[in-house]
Design a protein. Structure first.
Length: 223
C-alpha cells in the first residue's frame, strides 16, 4: 500500500462509474449462437443454492456438441460482438460485456483491493492457511494476526502435493481473505490483503466514507 492514499481520486472514480464491466469470452473454439441483444438486462443464477441458471447468453457448438452459456452476474449487456453470430470463434474470443451495478459491499471490496497490499497465488492451485494461522483465525479472527516477510502462512495444494507458501510482502495484519480453503485459485489472483497496523485507521476511514456517501453512488442497494 502506498504511503499516501488519494481518497478524492478513488471516490470520484467510483461515483462517476459505480459498475464492474464483466467480459464474457468463449471457453473453447466453436460456432456461436447469440441469445441476447445489446441493452438487454440479464440475471445472475438464483435460488437458495444458485440452482436456477442465469440468463442464457449464447450457445457454442463444437463437433455437434452444443454448450449453453448463462450469465454469472446480473447487469446490462453493454457490448455485444453481433458480427460473430453464427461464426466459428477461437477460445478466449470476447463475445459480450455485462455492466454490473456494484453494491456498497462490492465497492468497498474494490477500493480495498486498490489500497491493501495483495499477496498473490504463485500457481493455479488450492490453498489453505497453515494450521497455526488457521487456529488463530478461528479464535480471534484474521485481523488479529500480524504477519511478516518469511512467515509460513499458507499451504499450496497442487497435484496431491502440499507445499508451504512463505509471505513476501510488507508486514501488517491480514485484513482481507480472498480464497476459500480447498477451492482452486488462479495464478496471480490475490490470496490475502494485508494492511500495516498504523494504516488501519485509514482503511476504516474508507469504509466509513463509502457508507456515508452511498446515496451519491446512485444505487438503492443497502448491503
Amino acid at each position: 500500500m502506498s504511503e499516501q492514499i488519494d481518497f478524492d481520486e478513488i471516490f470520484a472514480r467510483y461515483r462517476s462509474d459505480p459498475y464492474e464491466y464483466v467480459d464474457v469470452r468463449a471457453a473453447h473454439t466453436g460456432r456461436v449462437a447469440l441469445r441476447v441483444q445489446e441493452g438487454d438486462v440479464v440475471a445472475a443464477p438464483s435460488g437458495e443454492w444458485d440452482q436456477i441458471p442465469g440468463t442464457r447468453l449464447f450457445e457454442i457448438t463444437r463437433e455437434r456438441n452444443t454448450k449453453p452459456v448463462s450469465a454469472k452476474t446480473n447487469g446490462t449487456v453493454s457490448f455485444l460482438a453481433g458480427e460473430l453470430e453464427g461464426q466459428f470463434v477461437e477460445a478466449g474470443t470476447r463475445l459480450l460485456t455485462i455492466r454490473h451495478p456494484l453494491k456498497k459491499k462490492e465497492i468497498i471490496e474494490g477500493i480495498l483491493k486498490e489500497v491493501l497490499d495483495l499477496f498473490p497465488a504463485p500457481e493455479r492451485a488450492k490453498y489453505f492457511f497453515a494450521l497455526d494461522i488457521q487456529s488463530r483465525i478461528e479464535k480471534k479472527g484474521a485481523r488479529s494476526i500480524v504477519i511478516r516477510p518469511g512467515d509460513e502462512i499458507i499451504i499450496m495444494s497442487l497435484m496431491k502435493r502440499d507445499t508451504p507458501v512463505y509471505y513476501s510482502g510488507k508486514p501488517g495484519v491480514i485484513y482481507s481473505v480472498y480464497f476459500e480453503p480447498g477451492v482452486s485459485v488462479a495464478q496471480g489472483a490475490p490470496l490475502i490483503g494485508v494492511c500495516s497496523e498504523e494504516k488501519l485507521p485509514l482503511i476504516q476511514k474508507i469504509i466509513t466514507k463509502v457508507k456515508a456517501d452511498w446515496d451519491k453512488f446512485g444505487s438503492s442497494e443497502s448491503d
